[in-house]
Design a protein around this ligand. Sequence first.
Ligand code: C2E
Ligand code: MG
Ligand code: MG
Ligand code: MG
Length: 287
Amino acid sequence: RAKRNGSGLVCFYEPSMDESARRRSEFALALKSALRNNELRLQFQPQHSVATIEMIGFEALLRWNRGDDHRVSPADFVPIAEETGQIVEIGAWVLREACREAASWTRPLFVAVNVSARQIALSDVVGLVREVLFETGLPASRLELEITESAVISDLNHTLHVLRQLKATGVRIAMDDFGAGYSSLSVLRAFPFDKIKMDRSLMAEADRVPQAAAIIRAVIGLGRSLGIPVLAEGVETMAQLDFLRREGCGEAQGYLLGRPAPIEAFADVVRSNGPRAAPELRGTRVA
Ligand code: C2E
Ligand code: MG
Ligand code: MG
Ligand code: MG
């Protein structure tokens, strides 16, 4: 039985409904008001050059604070927002916020925004990107869109068409979470991505699992052959950073270099000519 509540969302409650379905239904309703109630925020996580450890840009990451320190992880609510289609409205908000923020920086670092497959399938992402760039005045060259390979595969022809149009606007397209799924190579062949982001599961295993280290090396070589930068996600230790440096990986992102935080945490980097090396690593030499 369908119950309509004030928000206009239809919510299904059945006594037999299992716990996870109930939770999803509840999440979907709460998400509906999250935007209006100002419960969504962006945090920014720096991306660094491995060679100089300087910050080169930031990834915008969505945060949902339901009040009283009740924080919900995007890994939990983004999939639900995708299922219900709410990701279209939320994704538009994220893009607008991230671009407005980046446009205010005096240092011309780029901002990377995650775009979900459902946004591409359900809405006019190209029109949205054009509109937001115009509205905020952010140069297209400072916007990077992160798309997962599964997003590309799920509706190959339509997605490739959209990605080509996006690229024509001057924004860069990064393949996110590379190596986490299947068919990575065919997707790379089908579209000229501007960057490969290696999934952090590879980095996490690199010390213990020889195959993971071998794959990282291969992906770095692939990026070199294709002429595009490779970024390693999930860099948490100095040993991992040293490994990437030795293997010639260009870019890195991870807790070692900087955790996601409100942009105020990076004010001296984006709003002035202050140093832009990772604060924790400033002055250290990577072997
Ligand atoms: P992602 O795009 O691959 O983002 C990277 C995730 O790795 C972030 O998790 C980040 O906090 C985490 N991370 C960064 N460095 C490290 C590290 O050194 N160690 C570990 N263990 N984790 C690290 P987060 O913020 O929880 O986001 C999870 C996922 O949710 C994102 O994965 C992305 O797929 C999705 N997401 C986040 N924000 C948005 C958004 O605005 N739109 C869409 N569509 N998806 C989003
Ligand atoms: Mg991402
Ligand atoms: Mg990723
Ligand atoms: Mg991810």
